[in-house]
Ligand binder design. Structure first.
Ligand code: SF4
Length: 456
């Protein structure tokens, strides 16, 4: 079977990206600071290691397509001020966490973490290292914006101990860059990428984006020529989610400049062909990696997992996240910090946790989350093993998912065996759709359902 335009059109629906289940819109203020503190204290002997996340919300300028939680400012004093609060929050949470628990994964995201000046990167990293034992083989990653980046930034990231960098590129075409207000010529990207290689970072990812204004198959193919030539270890090619009802600044993008559906389909097909042809393995959910990459190995060994930072090789970690809007997670709880910077600062200055809302998930949520993770990470679900673990009769429990799965089997997205659901090569493109059949929240009749971006 082939990926056809008709198939892409049929499955182009609004749906979650499942970095959590249930998704963040279902977190509620009824689960707040008090409940989160109790949860932290009660789970210190869980035997689970740690994954830390730090959110730096600042950016120099606003990219019109941005879907992140960010603050555009050129006033660096705001970042200096924020760092003070961040360090206080880190101290507060670190005081509740057992020092025996090692950090296996550590990620800085934003906004733009490299908005911070090199010495502030060093200072913040040292502060965290002084409070949490970071394992020698931890995966330590940072998102990097090549614009305004200096040689010393890259050096500071290396000195601090980062071993994975993710470079935001999106598209190298001038016209596209101008339309989204993100100007970074190829020469700049090559220079920054060269610095990263010079400093010996073992893993470099590049983020690209499709569905941006003025993109064409020929134009994006030219971008891919240059990217393939640079040869990053991993690539993420995200679909632009045009959600101006959620992100008001996206109204600055003229809808008439966006590629039409058939162009988007042609782009998707071309990207798959080009990157697979260049030797990358398609993991799923827009992610590609070299065949010897840890993500590919983890997928083969069924140890890959998905969390708020995307795909990860660290399945059994509790996530403690610091900074405005940051989301933390234990086995049964999700919590999000205050989304408003002033509220975040007020909480921390009172010596309180910055929790705004959260959720203790049910057994049904846990079970469905695991089914979704099997689909998105392992590309298969062993029904027998799953049913034994959760003490359910699989087909009866997921009766409402079966007709949708049967339809997808007819379309070649999955193979349905007596004891197994297997995602096909084509199905990797439609992982969100397959996962959606296990999502109980999407099936609820509610006028207040969250609105998601399109799956394809
Ligand atoms: S740099 Fe990233 S976070 Fe900042 S505006 Fe651009 S897309 Fe958004």
């Amino acid at each position: 079977m082939e990926v056809t335009a008709a198939l892409l059109e049929k499955y182009s629906k609004a749906g979650p990206r499942y970095t959590s289940y249930p998704t963040a819109p279902y977190f509620a203020e009824t689960f707040g600071e008090k409940e989160w503190r109790e949860e932290i204290l009660q789970t210190q002997d869980s035997g689970r290691d740690l994954s830390l996340y730090v959110h730096i919300p600042f950016c120099d300028t606003l990219c019109y397509y941005c879907g992140c939680n960010m603050v555009a400012t050129r006033n660096y004093a705001r970042a200096t001020d924020y760092l003070g609060y961040l360090e206080r929050e880190i101290d507060l949470v670190a005081g509740l966490i057992s020092p025996r628990r090692a950090v296996r994964q550590f990620h800085w995201g934003g906004g733009t973490p490299t908005y911070l000046r090199p010495d502030d990167i060093r200072r913040l990293f040292a502060h965290i290292k002084g409070r949490f034992p970071i394992a020698a083989d931890a995966e330590v990653g940072c998102e990097v914006d090549p614009r305004e980046l200096t040689r010393d930034h890259v050096k500071a990231l290396a000195d601090a101990g980062f071993n994975r960098l993710s470079l935001g590129v999106q598209d190298l075409d001038d016209k596209v860059q101008q339309a989204v207000n993100r100007i970074q010529p190829e020469s700049l990207v090559r220079q920054v990428y060269g610095w990263m290689r010079e400093d010996g970072f073992p893993s470099i990812n590049m983020d690209l984006m499709v569905g941006l204004p003025h993109q064409t198959v020929a134009g994006f193919s030219a971008t891919l020529d240059k990217i393939i030539d640079m040869a990053p270890d991993r690539l993420a090619v995200f679909n632009y989610a045009h959600v101006p009802w959620l992100k008001k600044h996206q109204k600055l993008i003229h809808e008439t400049d966006l590629p039409d559906f058939s162009t988007r389909v042609a782009l998707q097909l071309m990207i798959l062909e080009r990157l697979i042809g260049a030797g990358y393995v398609y993991i799923g959910m827009d992610h590609f990696a070299r065949p010897n990459d840890e993500l590919v190995k983890a997928q083969r060994n069924k140890t890959l997992y998905r969390n708020f930072q995307g795909y990860t090789t660290h399945k059994d970690c509790d996530i403690y996240a610091f900074g405005v809007t940051a989301i933390s997670q234990t086995e049964e709880v999700y919590v999000q910090n205050q989304k408003d910077l002033a509220d975040y600062r007020a909480r921390v200055s009172e010596g309180r946790l910055a929790t705004e809302r959260g959720l203790r998930i049910t057994r049904d949520d846990r079970l469905r989350r695991e089914a979704i993770a099997h689909i998105m990470c392992d590309l298969e679900l062993d029904k027998k093993v799953f049913a034994q673990k959760w003490e359910i009769e699989f087909d009866a429990y997921f009766a409402e998912a079966l007709p949708e799965l049967a339809e997808m089997a007819k379309d070649g997205l999955v193979e349905l065996e007596a004891d197994r659901i297997r995602v096909t090569e084509i199905g990797r493109i439609f992982l969100r759709n397959i996962a959606m059949s296990f999502d109980a929240y999407l099936k609820q009749a509610s006028s207040e359902k969250p609105r998601y971006s399109r799956t394809v």
